[in-house]
Design a protein around this ligand. Structure first.
Ligand code: UDP
Length: 445
């Protein structure tokens, strides 16, 4: 019998998003595999001219000029579902447009690995469940194998989130590159066992990047930089959609466009609290008969818990004909998410823990009245009572939703302020600028 991790496996390219540039690598154990390279298409910074401030555009051009053709590689765990993939589909082509050579590679993992990384993710957000010694070995084995696939010539390697964090310590040949760990998770109250396990791996990085200062773990591990994420206003998900088009799309899913709609767009995950959203909807429905609720949630490939929680959510909805539970399996892609967000009377993101909450950014950018859980990155985006509402319970969420349904004009005025806040702080060009500043800094360090 072979020792775990030494079986010769060949993982063939399966996704339509992979480019022909995918690499084959051989690890020390002789494992051959393909580290997927994602084809991100083309974007042009010039297209953002009318949306962002001129100063920002100028700064990006100047920084890019000085960085020349810097070679950058992003590595994460999935090309589909969740905020990280969402960001990379915009950030990577824009980096290329301004003259850098940017790649995006997705690590290989099987369910046994993603079960561990999901538990790790939960633990880093505070869940008490530890990562067992056997799980640690699984985690390390996959990271070792993936490290073998990263043999390009890069000046900067950006590792996103914990899943590929161990690649840095297992890679040979990229010693002159600057290594950055980009953490998208709220680490303010982590399970100490898991953080201590990861700490030596984090220490190997030249810099770490977090959304907010509160997320930087206590105890110095590597220089920490704060860069909040952003949304791309020019993607099908966020571009301006007419009311008629939004109605047309939403109607195709069977919703009645004449009746009020509450919406949450989220992965099916307990931290996103879809059951709490259903509770809030039920309170609202007592006062506003006919109100509809849409729960739109994609199934990410690195989230094995998703199905289980999806089923729990469906059970909890208990056949209510006014609750619509939709996912990418119902063909809900970017334009459909846009339509639902554009059409909703109130957009909810009732998270209990939340790294940042791009769905909140997306909703505010569409000037929709937005209710967010008072947690993580959501208060960075919503000032309670000014640009939206922050809530701590289903009852509070219901109360705010009722306020929005009863006084839509006041709610829209608030949402328009939210949109301007997003324009100033949370659009992709600002994110691009922040990365360029960091690259410049690291090059001079
Ligand atoms: N998303 C989507 N379809 C869905 C559910 C989510 O496109 O059915 C997108 C959503 O629009 C957002 C991202 O996935 O862009 C989720 O990012 P967020 O920061 O809100 O949460 P995460 O999933 O990263 O915890």
């Amino acid at each position: 019998m072979r020792a775990p991790g030494t079986a010769p496996v060949r993982i063939l390219a399966t996704s339509g998003q992979e480019s022909s540039g995918s690499r084959t690598a051989r690890t020390r154990e002789g494992v051959t595999f393909v580290l997927r390279q994602i084809n991100v298409g083309v974007k042009s910074l010039a297209d953002y001219h009318s949306i962002i401030a001129r100063d920002l555009m100028t700064e990006i051009r100047e920084l890019a000029h000085d960085l020349g053709d810097l070679r950058v590689c992003h590595v994460n765990a999935t090309s589909f579902g969740g905020g990280v993939a969402e960001i990379l589909y915009s950030l990577v082509p824009l980096m290329n447009d301004i003259g850098l050579h940017a790649d995006w590679r997705v690590m290989f993992g099987r369910e046994e690995f993603f079960n561990v990384t999901k538990a790790m993710h939960n633990a880093l957000q505070g869940s008490p469940r530890i990562i067992t010694a056997e799980e640690q070995r699984t985690f390390e084995r996959y990271n070792l194998v993936n490290a073998g696939g990263l043999d390009g010539d890069y000046d900067v390697v950006i590792i996103h989130d914990p899943q590929p964090i161990g690649i840095r310590g297992n890679t040979s040949g990229l010693d002159s590159a600057k290594w950055i760990w980009r953490c998208h998770i709220d680490l303010s109250d982590p399970n100490p066992q898991v953080l201590e396990y990861l700490r030596p791996m984090i220490a190997g990085y030249d810099a770490t990047v977090f959304h907010m200062p509160q997320y930087v773990p206590h105890g110095t591990i590597a220089p920490a930089v704060i860069i909040p994420p952003a949304i791309d206003p020019l993607t099908p998900k966020n571009m301006a959609l007419s009311t008629e088009d939004a109605e047309y799309i939403v109607h195709q899913f069977g919703l009645d466009i004449e009746r009020p709609l509450l919406l949450q767009v989220s992965r099916f995950d307990p931290w996103k609290d879809p059951l709490g959203v259903i509770d809030a909807y039920r309170i609202v429905a007592e006062q506003v008969p006919g109100v509809q609720l849409a729960l739109v949630g994609s199934m990410a490939t690195d989230d094995p818990e998703g199905w289980e929680f999806y089923n729990r959510t469906v059970d909890y909805a208990d056949g209510d004909p006014n609750i619509y539970i939709l996912s990418n399996l119902n063909n809900v892609g970017g334009i459909e998410v846009n339509a639902f967000q554009t059409q909703a009377n109130a957009v909810i993101q009732k998270s209990i823990r939340e790294g940042f909450g791009l769905t909140v950014t997306e909703s505010l950018w569409k000037a929709r009245p937005t209710i967010g859980g008072n947690t993580g990155g959501i208060p960075l985006q919503i000032t309670d009572g000014s640009t939206g509402y922050l809530v701590d319970s289903p009852a509070e969420c219901a109360e705010r939703a009722l306020e929005i349904l009863r006084a839509p004009d006041a709610a829209r005025a608030m949402a328009r302020r939210g949109k301007e806040h997003v324009r100033a702080e949370f659009l992709t060009p600002r994110l691009l600028r922040d990365w360029l500043r960091l690259f410049t800094h690291l090059r001079q360090a």
